[in-house]
Design a binder for this molecule. Structure first.
Ligand code: CA
Length: 424
């Protein structure tokens, strides 16, 4: 008997708190360690982590294309090398082992004790060894807001924007795990437009609310991935805060685009939610007009209904909800981004990370950056402790969360969180 792992009726014999991001219908992958154990692959359910290394050693993962080293590993890359089918079969197997209707693991108390680890006993680690990092610029609302502020409200979108999923190559070395604090970057800024630039700590530090997807191995150099094939090359998604130094960016970005304003840190959430788990939350995206070129055309639903939020927490203060957005607002979907990325023959690799670009919605409370929320500093945000923010201050913590919800099932990402420390 086989039950689809996304079936809303599925229940696990492991208790999952109501409103948890991690019911049996999710089963995201991550890397964790404990006081007693080295880094290894885990799957999250409720407030527990399933130790896949131990599960493998105990013989529960037989007849799957994996070996011990795929689970006894500092990264998910080795597991992701098995591609869509291998990782799908693995998630299906875990789903069955955790399903209340199946007793194989459930009945073996001794094994359960070895495999199931309470979340408060684990330390999460960087899930993926990221090869290349690409960031897109795919929210029409965000691009329009930025164009309005910095160029011309009448021509806010540049002429190419409605034709090309605009992107740039970022830097993988500074993609870091949620929870790692970041020192305020320093660089060249030009606070007085009529004077020479100065070297100083960034004054306009910002977050960017994004999601990111992680790829499987792509095709050979010279080949392209179509929009119809794209989802077969995507393992899963995480939350992504693409930290940005707006004053450094303003001075440096012409003519080649972002450089030091963007490459000092980008934070990701620790659990990679598979595209399989997100399948029930597909939806239509915005209508695309003018009609896109043929290699960007697609069939069916390629957007995802993922609720996103940003909270800002001052030191010793409470969280302030400052933004609610949704991935469904994105103009260019992930399949189009990947098709565009490879249309020239560029090869993607297992473990590449692709950022969505800042995800702004249509309303002022759905803008995905401080730049937009406080409208270039002209509308400071008021926090519950009485202070105001135009940008992020030292010792502020930014927390992003995301989840999907449908038919009584909530599939979420947890959070990506980081605190800004003073400049070194
Ligand atoms: Ca970005």
């Amino acid at each position: 008997m086989s039950v689809h792992p996304n079936n809303p009726a599925l229940k696990s014999w492991i208790e999952v708190p109501q409103n948890s991001d991690f019911p049996i219908q999710n089963l995201p992958f991550g890397i964790f360690k404990t006081a007693q154990s080295t880094e290894r692959v885990g799957i999250r359910i409720g407030d527990f982590v399933i130790d896949l290394k131990v599960l493998f050693v105990l013989g529960y993962l037989e007849n799957l294309p994996f070996e011990l080293s795929d689970f006894d590993n500092k990264y998910l890359n080795s597991l992701m090398e098995k591609g869509k089918k291998g990782t799908r079969d693995l998630r299906n197997r875990i789903s069955k082992l955790l399903d209340s209707n199946f007793t194989d693991l459930q009945k073996n108390e001794h094994h359960v004790g070895q495999v199931l680890i309470p979340i408060d006993q684990v330390t999460m680690c960087m899930p993926v060894k990221i090869g290349d990092y690409t960031d897109f610029y795919s929210s029409r609302e965000h691009a329009t807001n930025v164009g309005t502020m910095f160029r011309d409200p009448a021509n806010a979108l540049l002429p190419n924007w409605l034709w090309i999923p605009v992107g740039y190559h970022g830097r993988a070395s500074s993609v870091i795990l949620s929870g790692q604090d970041i020192h305020r970057p320093k660089g060249q800024i030009k606070p007085d437009p009529n004077a020479d630039p100065i070297f100083a700590p960034c004054r306009n530090l910002d977050f960017e609310l994004e999601t990111a997807f992680i790829t499987f191995d792509g095709k050979a150099l010279g080949d392209s991935i179509s929009t119809a094939e794209a989802e077969d090359y995507i393992f899963g998604m995480c939350l992504f805060n693409d930290w940005s130094a707006r004053d450094i960016q303003t001075w440096e970005y012409v003519p080649l685009g972002p450089f030091l304003a963007k490459n000092f840190a980008s934070s990701i959430s620790p659990w990679i939610v598979t595209m399989d788990a997100l399948e029930p939350f597909k939806c239509d995206g915005p209508e695309q007009e003018p009609k896109v070129l043929s290699y960007l055309e697609f069939e069916g639903q390629k957007s995802y209904d993922i609720n996103l939020s940003v909270n800002l927490q001052p030191e010793n203060g409470e969280e302030n909800l400052i933004c609610r957005s949704n991935l469904k607002y994105m103009y260019w979907n992930m399949s189009q981004q990947l098709a565009h990325h490879t249309v020239n023959g560029c090869n993607i690799k297992c473990g590449d990370l692709m950022g969505s670009g800042t995800i702004s919605g249509p309303t002022e409370d759905s803008y995905g950056s401080m730049l937009e929320l406080a409208w270039k500093g002209t509308k400071p945000l008021k926090l519950s402790d009485g202070t105001e923010r135009k940008f992020i201050q030292d010792n502020d913590t930014v927390i992003m969360r995301g989840y999907c919800e449908k038919d009584g099932v909530r599939v979420g990402f947890g959070e990506v969180k980081a605190k800004i420390l003073p400049a070194k």
